[in-house]
Design a protein around this ligand. Structure first.
Ligand code: NDP
Ligand code: 8X3
Length: 251
């Protein structure tokens, strides 16, 4: 049966790839992002009956409330919420990082995700049906230099996902945290404030994950039998590993 899937960050990367996969499966997608021109292009590509474009900044609390409550009736019953919108900004060490970058990451990756979840969850519980998929990161598990606030926001996503399940254990609602490693999307261009050369350097000489690899994980998690909850999926490129502790030695 066709599901209604709300995806944040559907204008690029994982969210865009997931939107296409869900529609190909016969599901209907509410695509959210700030860049409305991209959402409109996607709507044209996938069809207005399959994709509802919802221009939305997840850091804008009022906008979330207003836009969700003004969804057409036939799009209101959301079966799958994919909290994917997010970003990393900068790789500077904590003592030189921009505080404004930290605030943007907290507002988007934590506050946006929490806000959307709080608004959509009651209807899932009321209807006894739903799946929340959060996009965390390996950065929430493994520290690395320059990961400071970004990694901490994703550690929040990990714990929030587990705690949601604790609250929802008496319901059929499922919660999954997907934790990708290096994937080539617009992620690094955003992280390096538009410096394409630096962004390309992140993936040079190795084969990163693709947006489609992660979209496949997202869709797979939603296709498991109702009694199976995938708590978390950690996925890295074959050429990436958590490589132990860093030691500084005086020379
Ligand atoms: P992209 O930069 O390609 O896509 C990010 C998406 O998030 C865009 O659609 C962007 O849309 C949207 N977005 C950003 N800020 C906001 C906002 N304030 N309101 C609404 N939408 C917003 O990156 P990815 O697809 O790679 O990233 C998706 C998620 O995956 C993020 O949470 C990221 O942290 C996580 N992740 C990425 C990894 C990677 O290596 N690529 C690895 C691990 C996790 P728009 O700008 O139009 O608003
Ligand atoms: C993105 C993965 O390793 O660049 O969340 O932090 S990493």
């Amino acid at each position: 049966m066709s599901r209604t899937v709300l995806i944040t960050g559907a204008s690029a990367g994982f969210g865009l790839a997931a939107a296409k996969r869900f529609v190909a499966l016969g599901d209907r997608v509410i695509a959210c992002a700030r860049r409305n021109n991209r959402l409109q292009e996607l709507r044209t590509e996938l069809g207005a009956e399959n994709l509802y474009a919802l221009p939305l900044d997840v850091t804008d609390t009022l906008q979330i409330e207003t836009l969700l409550s003004s969804l057409p009736v036939e799009w209101r019953e959301i079966d799958v919420l994919i909290n994917n919108a997010g970003l990393a900004l900068g790789t500077n060490p904590a003592h030189t990082a921009l505080l404004s970058d930290w605030e943007t990451m907290i507002d988007t990756n934590i506050k946006g995700l929490v806000n959307l979840t709080r608004h959509i969850l009651p209807s899932m519980v009321e209807r006894n049906k739903g799946h929340v998929i959060n996009i965390g990161s390996i950065a929430g598990d493994y520290p690395y230099p320059g990961g400071n606030t970004y990694g901490a926001t994703k550690a929040f996503v990990k714990q929030f996902s587990l705690n949601l399940m604790a609250d929802l254990v008496e319901t059929p609602i499922r919660v999954t945290n997907i934790e990708p490693g290096a994937a080539e999307t617009e992620f690094s261009i955003v992280r390096y404030h538009g410096d394409k050369e630096k962004a390309d350097g992140v993936y040079a000489g190795m084969q990163p994950l693709t947006a489609d690899d992660i979209a496949e994980c997202i869709v797979w998690a939603t296709q498991q039998p109702a009694h199976v909850n995938i708590n978390r999926i950690e996925v890295m490129p074959t050429n990436q590993a958590s490589a132990g502790l860093k030691t500084y030695r005086e020379s």
